[in-house]
Design a protein around this ligand. Structure first.
Ligand SMILES: Nc1ncnc2c1ncn2[C@@H]1O[C@H](COP(=O)(O)OP(=O)(O)OP(=O)(O)O)[C@@H](O)[C@H]1O
Ligand SMILES: O=C(O)c1ccc[n+]([C@@H]2O[C@H](COP(=O)([O-])O)[C@@H](O)[C@H]2O)c1
Length: 198
């Protein structure tokens, strides 16, 4: 199967994936010039060291369950085989090597943009890659925007993985916040109720 020409990359811990991620990814994969969105599961975000994370394989499996049947979405475990913490520039270099015919576009929330100068090789990220930024309420976008940064509007839900983990621990329902198959698996495995985090 040939790989798509323009692919958006949504990086995250996905601890766990939720409908906020999915609505955003599907919107960008179907209503922009991107042919697909690939969700890249990061074993260890450099900014989230020490957070209680479900093992990477479990987070990957939940994403797989979430995107079954959506041909425009795909999940990657490429960072599982790269050094930790997961630096986005290293992953992009590896993806370019593996998919020489594909243009990769970095997808990012407006909340992440102010912190971007602190990312590894931020100058390279901003000169070598296009970035699509979706505004998030409460976060003003810098002016002027760097040359390769474009604002894309997307419907956003005000939920986070933190909210889902907190709800599970409190014994509250996560129905509709994650796809049904994801909810069933979280329940069956007892994630965030037992001690599966590392
Ligand atoms: N509700 C949402 N709408 C749009 N984008 C989101 C939403 N939640 C997270 N994102 C973005 O998706 C990417 C991956 O998110 P991540 O896995 O860190 O999830 P999170 O829900 O923010 O997690 P946590 O609450 O654990 O920090 C990040 O760029 C994040 O900004
Ligand atoms: O490359 C970096 O320096 C870098 C710094 C912070 C975050 N990231 C990546 O951004 C994604 C979201 O991170 P976070 O901390 O917002 O969950 C995740 O895939 C991280 O690996 C990457």
């Amino acid at each position: 199967m040939s790989s798509p020409r323009r692919v958006g990359l949504l990086f995250g811990s996905f601890n766990p994936i939720h409908v906020g991620h999915l609505i955003l990814a599907n919107h960008l994969a179907t209503r922009t010039d991107l042919e697909a969105v690939w969700l890249v599961v990061s074993p260890q975000s450099p900014f989230k060291v020490g957070e209680e994370l479900l093992p990477e394989q479990a987070r990957l499996q939940l994403v797989q369950l979430a995107i079954v049947g959506n041909e425009r979405l795909r999940v990657l475990d490429i960072e599982f085989r790269l050094p930790k913490p997961s630096y986005t520039i290293d992953t992009l270099d590896e993806l370019r090597r593996q998919y020489p015919g594909t243009e990769f576009v970095l997808l990012m929330g407006g909340d992440n943009l102010p912190g971007l100068p602190r990312w590894k090789s931020a100058d390279r990220l901003l000169t070598e890659f296009e970035v699509y930024v979706y505004p998030r309420p409460g976060y003003a976008l810098p002016e002027p925007l760097p040359a390769k940064v474009r604002v894309v509007e997307a419907p956003l839900l005000d939920i986070s993985a933190t909210f889902i983990r907190t709800s599970i621990r409190a014994g509250q329902s996560i129905r509709y916040l994650v796809p049904e198959a994801v909810e069933r698996e979280i329940e069956a495995q007892g994630y965030w109720r037992g001690n599966q985090t590392k």
